[in-house]
Design a protein around this ligand. Structure first.
Ligand SMILES: Cc1cc2nc3c(=O)[nH]c(=O)nc-3n(C[C@H](O)[C@H](O)[C@H](O)COP(=O)(O)O)c2cc1C
Length: 206
């Protein structure tokens, strides 16, 4: 039995395509693996605050020197780290915003990339602790990025997601992108169909 962490980040609810696709993946996964435990977090319902100067001061304070106020500031981040580390597999749904990621998912990343929790720093030698985990990102995008598109090479979303997780030691990172969702009915159908085919293929082999 594996533990799966499923996080949705779109500020949109039912209309969100990234949520719909992640739900389809999770539903198909549960059909195949009914005993797996799914932890669900919705960043729309429970937003992660942006980091502050006081939070950063607490972050860099050794655990034994934390004041009660500092410990309180880190409490939510601690919960997010525990939840992330406990998962064998993560499914994150993330829309593209301004060629990168929405600020709520960036805030989530800022809270889980924690020294001595998800990585260590030995005089500038960094080591991630989150190895052995599989991470799948399901993304939704308004435009297309293929060869010949005016936006070819503009995808800053995939690196914004990949590198922090690689830094934390995750080696198995996969992406399913739904492209062209705001380019009219034909492009939307094509983008969703391609993403759904990849979901069906991955759910049997992940
Ligand atoms: C604030 C904002 C910024 C966006 N920026 C981009 C962008 O840079 N590139 C892109 O392809 N689509 C962009 N889009 C379109 C969304 O990625 C697209 O509509 C996607 O389906 C939204 O995800 P959701 O359906 O899960 O909410 C943007 C949408 C919003 C609301």
């Amino acid at each position: 039995m594996a533990s799966i962490l499923h996080i949705d980040s779109s500020p949109r609810g039912e209309r969100s395509k990234s949520r719909q696709l992640a739900k389809e993946f999770i539903t198909a996964w549960q059909d195949r693996h009914p005993d797996d435990a799914i932890a669900y977090r919705d960043l729309r319902q429970t937003p992660v605050p942006h980091v502050t100067e006081d939070w950063i001061a607490a972050y860099f304070t050794p655990p034994e020197a934390l004041t009660p106020e500092m410990a309180e500031l880190l409490k939510f981040s601690d919960e997010l780290v525990d939840e992330f580390l406990a998962a064998d597999r993560c499914v994150f749904s993330v829309p593209m915003y301004n060629f990168s990621i929405p600020s709520n998912f960036k805030a989530y990343i800022d809270h889980i990339v924690r020294v001595n929790r998800t990585f260590s720093d030995e005089n500038g030698q960094f080591k991630g602790f989150a190895n052995g985990k599989k991470v799948l990102f399901i993304t939704s995008r308004g435009v297309e990025f293929g060869s010949g598109s005016p936006y070819e090479g503009w995808d800053a979303q995939e690196p914004a997601l990949r590198y922090p997780f690689q830094f934390m030691g995750v080696t198995d990172i996969q992406f399913i992108h739904a492209n062209g969702l705001d380019l009219g009915d034909d492009a939307r159908k094509r983008g969703l169909n391609e993403a759904r085919s990849k979901i069906q293929a991955l759910v049997g082999s992940w």
